[in-house]
Design a protein around this ligand. Sequence first.
Ligand SMILES: C[S@@+](CC[C@H](N)C(=O)[O-])C[C@H]1O[C@@H](n2cnc3c(N)ncnc32)[C@H](O)[C@@H]1O
Length: 271
Amino acid sequence: MRDDPTRSAMFRDNERAWDARVPVHAASAFYDLAGFRAGALSLKAPERALVGEVRGKRLLHLMCHFGLDTLSWARLGAREVVGVDFSAEAVRLAAGLAAELALPARFVRCNVYDTQSALDERFDVVFTSYGVLGWLPDLVPWARVVHDSLEPGGRFVLVEFHPYVWMSQVGPDLAIRYPYFDRGPISETTDGTYADRSAELRLVEHGWNHSIADVVNALLGAGLRLERLEELDSVPYDVFPNLVRGADGGYRFRAAEGMVPMLLGLVATRP
Ligand SMILES: C[S@@+](CC[C@H](N)C(=O)[O-])C[C@H]1O[C@@H](n2cnc3c(N)ncnc32)[C@H](O)[C@@H]1O
């Protein structure tokens, strides 16, 4: 994977983009670092429901950004949490927050595909969420990382924007602009970031779309057992253009409120 020079160059662009986002995100109202420092949890209802009780458990958070969700699981009583991310800036901020807030957390900087060589450990729960799969060119080795990071009987939880959303989300409407299926890398230069659309950031990034079948089959192929699959009609974050907030707090596209899938939730276990 990393030996492929094109992919390595794409990972480098993506890493640079995420490093650049970190200070902007840390200063944003979206991430509300002040509220987090004061004790708030960043986790939302879908992942709370699918992960369940974490008290006393060891949890691995893949692609953890600067760790607010990772640290929130620790606040909820996880015995130890470990976050993995390839952004040095993200990991530095996350580790600083863990120390400052005296939470039982470690952060490891590596490409998610290299998790086993960076961290040869097994966990009761592996968790990953909101804007992760689209950075991965191949889900088969990713699913192997998930499997190999779990204790037998351990639980994997994915909460991700629905692949439907990635067909159109950056446009002003719901017109289809990108394939539902993985048809190779989607390379773009973007301005701003979801946490601050007017931020002075110009980022070169590469992403890949993955169908639900690709996600599920990669996990089954790695030896995991699918326990639950959910498709929800809203997301808990105001991250795409032209969303409206419903009475339930969920965000939906103004152009098709409640009509399209927006969130994918999945639970799988290692037998
Ligand atoms: C959208 S963020 C995850 C959001 C997270 N749920 C949050 O809001 O805190 C995606 C994260 O994946 C990380 N990432 C992207 N590609 C990666 C890779 N190949 N290996 C490890 N981390 C990666 C980025 O550095 C970024 O922190």
